[in-house]
Design a protein around this ligand. Structure first.
Ligand SMILES: *[C@@H]1O[C@H](CO)[C@@H](O)[C@H](O)[C@H]1NC(C)=O
Ligand SMILES: *[C@@H]1O[C@H](CO)[C@@H](O)[C@H](O)[C@H]1NC(C)=O
Ligand SMILES: *[C@@H]1O[C@H](CO)[C@@H](O)[C@H](O)[C@H]1NC(C)=O
Length: 981
């Protein structure tokens, strides 16, 4: 297919070249051309690709701009001060842009009602991104997918008669209402007004069942709302939607997830890295940068899945090394990692295939910790940020001596600097391959490495970027077979930091035309050779980092040669534009600044840490988190010091020894329960394309209950002839439902359908009978194919009482208190479902539970029906410590029960003891009071008639001495009897 397509592709390609000559409509602050995106007129990270594989002498027809991006989602981290922490971490890792989804549903529980306060304060979020030094790509939807309920559509949209994501009056009125609400916030924060927003994405992966009129209408509205930055679009794959023609955007791009989402085989890689991108770009939008708006940064995990440890393994640092470098080799220059930080799909925000944690196996883990992949991303991003010629290159051919190795070569047409990106042809190969590559630069032709008996090595799933013909500082690099991390100027000398896996051979060639250069300080086995004005230095990468001092006729050079593990611990924070210092050792270096002769470093430490610092010789004082460090000089002109690790004894309350309060929590099952204030479930027709089999309609959405658990109570008399009850529920993947008749348990199911034979002794032959149904829902479907799948109901599609006369039953429905007009505006629409305890406010701090039964947890008693447990605990985490804390559930997994976990009133976990995999739930600081009292409240929903309840404990994910600063408490209102009844 690919081969046959080439002729057509050539034709389309030339048409595009002609079209691209027409003027583009851009603001003066963010523009692009076929070469790159320009911000304030400055080209950024320009790469290039070429249509045919040709020699470097041929200029390619387009160049592109690059940003390394990622996607923290403010709505998955409901503690605003931690947004700053994540942004700072991203910046420290070398990201320069953050892409933000905005969720319609998060801001609107009810039509015509929008909230942008508190945890929904997107202006504050955008400001924090900017303060951290990040640009922003705004992605407000209206549809976002994102593994959230309804793909981000608000609950109230489910009842719309018309199809979503199509051009029709009803949907248009609704999305315009949302755009009119959110766009003013985005408009104000655009770069031309001094804000961080540089791009605005229209829709999201709108790739199937597309309606160009809808896209066009979105764009017109966006422009009318004053959005002047370029528009973008992320095609779900390389399919050319909205690259050209009606509804097309300014800078088209696509998404790519080459290892998919099945984390259960975490070592299984495809045979090849993507090979289509360069050609696709040439034929699709050659006048725009090659943009991958979402590239795999991890994977999501379903109910019952293998867990995020496996996703971290599937999309590990080796994946980042091989697949991201392949993207650069193809000219991808807008490079977005989805996700760099995943967060928590808290409350009822999740769509059915994911559970509460959205760790995603991302670079930064859910509790905001670094991973091996974060450090790999830092190595790449720092190289990209430092080595400017990598940002403007043409693609050319290159050859290696090993057929198992694929080498792409890139050349910057201005500086003639070259890059050779090597990978295994079989991406999944675990072989260790040695090879030479042939390079041809203005310095000459070389087979590198030149030293006999040494090789370039790829260690299985490995890839290297080799730089040649490169000027930095006062040096001219002929080539380096070691990868460059960064380089700085340290007053009288230049410093270059290179790395490779430990034991790999390295060879650096430098040109000194005016005379020999001498090695003066190498503390390890280094050889050198000076020939034809070129100094060739050979070594093997050590464990740790070793120096090679080169005293040369121009400026001296310190080469720091690092093994991979050691390299991951080097940081290169900027102290001024393009001016960096080097520091090795810390877990995290957030930022650095120089005032006078003092270098101030800020960061986080996980253990006793020996550090090394390379900075200007004019520095005489170095501080770490405002503490002055004792400095020692090394023989080769750097400083070393020591930062003591965390020493505080952090003990968390043992909840198995705590005092808990218990109460039975399902009065709705009882015949005597008064449901007179519940809404009638009496609809005899529905807008939903998913029609029920029996009426009335027993869908929560139909009556304004969109989130969490739903109750339906059907009252009937004249029951003598009822023999069987057949029920079909629609609760979502991983959902469940339970039925009771006159207070007697009939059954609890995890499959849609259940049939119950009715024991006549349960029935009141001549009186009232009540069938009570509880639906434990896992959220609404998304609408990825734009076919209204999100309207799949939550509730019951068929309730047949065999033997009862038609219309012999009257139904009542109950969901979250007050439906769309939510009671708790602070915590928002996702926080409460329809469980009795949620409606009563049992989850809230300060609820008067003193009359409840005193118990301990684990609670060994078998409790019939639903249970509610509450306890309080104090935390006293010392100042300057970052100790992310979670709540862990442990129990025999054969016990079928579900639970909702509330901390200080916030629903931060939906637990399925029988399904897993999640048993540890992250509670973000700010929601969790790290220095004071906390309220833990858990509703337990047994799928069997009764259950005992297992162990609950507090667990720290790690202990860091941190410069993240104070995390202010999130407004968490307590119980107010006036709002509950
Ligand atoms: C170009 O953008 C401006 C706003 O910056 C808008 O008013 C104008 O209609 C746009 N023109 C086209 C052709 O899109
Ligand atoms: C290197 O050493 C040689 C021989 O000792 C000496 O002549 C030369 O000046 C030295 N070069 C530098 C740059 O120090
Ligand atoms: C359905 O019940 C509501 C009250 O919940 C009532 O206002 C409405 O009239 C009823 N509709 C029908 C068709 O009975």
């Amino acid at each position: 297919m690919f081969q046959k397509g080439i002729l057509t592709v050539v034709v389309i390609f030339f048409i595009n070249v002609v079209l691209s000559l027409t003027a583009t409509n851009t603001t003066s602050k963010v523009t692009w051309d076929k070469y790159s995106l320009l911000i304030n007129g400055e080209r950024k990270f320009i790469f290039s690709g070429e249509f045919h594989v040709r020699s470097c002498l041929q200029r390619s027809l387009h160049k592109t701009a690059s940003f390394t991006l990622s996607f923290p989602q403010y709505f998955r981290l409901p503690s605003p001060d931690l947004w700053r922490d994540v942004f700072q971490k991203m910046k420290a890792l070398g990201f320069n842009t953050v892409s933000l989804y905005f969720s319609w549903a998060y801001h609107s529980s009810m039509q015509d009602d929008y909230d942008f306060e508190g945890i929904r304060d997107i202006e504050q979020c955008l400001r924090m991104a900017q303060e951290a030094g990040l640009y922003v790509i705004a992605r407000p939807g209206p549809y976002i997918n994102a593994e959230v309920d309804n793909g981000g559509f608000p609950g109230w949209l489910v009842n719309m008669k018309s199809k979503a994501r199509q051009n029709n009056e009803e949907y248009e009125a609704n999305w315009k209402e949302y755009f009119s609400a959110i766009n003013p916030y985005i408009e104000k924060q655009q770069i031309d007004q001094g804000g961080p927003i540089i791009l605005y994405q229209i829709e999201n992966e709108y790739t199937y069942n597309v309606d160009a009129n809808y896209m066009q209408a979105l764009e017109e509205k966006v422009r009318a709302d004053g959005i002047v930055v370029p528009t973008t679009f992320n095609d779900a794959a390389t399919l050319r939607n909205f690259a050209n023609g009606k509804g097309s955007v300014d800078v088209y791009g696509f998404d790519s997830y080459p290892v998919g989402f099945d984390c259960s085989n975490p070592d299984s890689w495809p045979l090849k890295t993507p090979k289509i991108f360069r050609l696709f770009h040439q034929v699709t939008n050659p006048s725009e940068p090659l943009a991958i708006y979402e590239f795999q940064g991890g994977a999501f995990d379903p109910w019952g899945g293998p867990g995020y440890g496996s996703c971290q393994q599937l999309v590990n640092e080796r994946f980042a090394k091989v697949f991201y470098k392949n993207n650069y080799a193809h000219g991808a220059t807008i490079h977005n990692l989805y996700m760099a930080y995943g967060g928590t799909t808290w409350g009822d925000m999740a769509e059915p295939t994911v559970y509460t944690s959205y760790d995603y196996g991302a670079s930064i883990s859910e509790p905001r910790m670094m991973t091996a992949k974060a450090y790999e991303v830092k190595l790449q991003a720092t190289f990209i940020n430092t080595v400017k010629p990598f940002t403007s290159t043409d693609h050319c051919t290159a050859f290696s001596t090993n057929l198992a190795i694929l080498v792409d070569s890139l050349q910057d047409p201005n500086t003639k600097t070259q890059f050779y990106i090597a990978q295994h042809l079989i991406a999944s190969s675990l072989s260790v391959s040695n090879f030479n590559i042939f390079i041809s630069t203005e310095d000459g032709r070389y087979s590198i490495p030149a030293k006999k008996g040494t090789y370039l090595t790829l260690d299985g799933r490995d890839s290297k970027i080799i730089t040649a013909y490169y000027d930095f500082g006062s040096q001219h690099l002929v080539y380096s077979t070691s990868e460059i991390f960064t380089h700085i100027v340290q007053d009288s000398r230049d410093v270059l930091l290179v790395y490779a896996y430990e034991g790999h051979a390295g060879e650096i060639a430098l040109k000194y035309p005016s005379g020999d250069a001498n090695l003066t300080c190498s503390s390890f086995d280094v050889t050198s050779d000076y020939n034809n004005n070129v100094l060739q230095v050979n070594y093997h990468h050590p464990d740790g980092t070793n120096p090679i001092c080169i005293s040369s006729p121009n400026k001296d050079l310190l080469v720091l040669v690092a093994g991979y593990e050691s390299a991951t611990k080097w940081w290169a924070p900027e102290i001024a534009p393009d001016e960096r210092v080097l520091i090795s050792g810390p877990y995290l270096v957030r930022n650095a600044s120089v005032i006078g002769s003092t270098l101030s470093l800020y960061g986080d430490i996980d253990q006793d840490t020996n550090i090394e610092i390379v900075a200007s010789e004019s520095i005489n004082t170095i501080t770490w988190n405002d503490q002055t460090l004792q400095l020692r000089n090394t023989s080769y002109g750097t400083w070393t010091s020591f930062i003591p690790g965390p020493s505080a004894d952090i003990t968390l309350t043992d909840l198995s020894k705590a005092s808990w309060q218990y109460i039975s929590a399902s009065p709705e099952t009882q015949l005597s329960f008064d449901d007179s204030d519940w809404m009638n479930a009496n609809h005899t027709s529905t807008n939903s394309p998913y029609k029920p089999t029996t009426y009335p309609v027993l869908y929560g959405d139909e009556y304004g209950y969109h989130y969490g658990s739903l109750w339906f109570r059907g009252t009937f008399d004249d029951s003598d002839s009822v023999t069987n009850i057949m029920i079909t529920a629609s609760t979502g993947t991983g959902g469940a439902w339970i039925a009771w008749l006159n207070g007697e348990y009939l059954g609890g199911e995890t499959t849609p359908t259940g049939t119950f034979a009715i024991d006549k002794t349960i029935l009141n032959a001549n009186g009232k009978n009540v069938l009570a149904l509880l639906a434990w829902t896992t959220g609404h479907e998304e609408d990825g194919a734009a076919d209204d799948t999100y309207k799949q109901p939550r509730g019951f599609t068929d309730v047949s009482l065999i033997g009862l006369k038609p219309d012999g039953i009257e139904w009542k429905v109950q969901g979250n208190l007050n439906g769309e007009d939510i009671v708790d505006k602070i915590r928002g629409p996702y926080n409460e479902g329809g469980l009795y305890g949620e409606r009563m406010g049992w989850h809230l701090p300060g609820y008067p539970d003193s009359q409840w039964e005193k118990v301990s947890v684990p609670d060994d008693r078998n409790r019939t029906g639903l249970s509610w447990y509450r306890t309080t605990f104090n935390l006293d985490i010392p100042e300057n410590y970052d100790v992310p804390i979670g709540v862990r559930f442990e129990d025999n997994t054969s016990k079928r029960y579900r639970a909702v976990l509330f901390v200080n009133g916030w629903k931060l976990g939906k637990y399925a003891n029988d399904l897993g995999p999640q048993r540890l739930f992250y509670i973000p600081e700010g929601i969790l009071n790290h220095n004071g009292p906390n309220t833990l409240s858990i509703g337990v929903v047994p799928l069997d008639n009764s259950t005992s309840f297992g162990k609950v404990s507090l667990e720290a994910y790690g202990t860091l001495l941190s410069s993240k600063g104070v995390t202010t408490l999130v407004n968490s209102p307590g119980y107010d009897p006036a709002t509950r009844f």
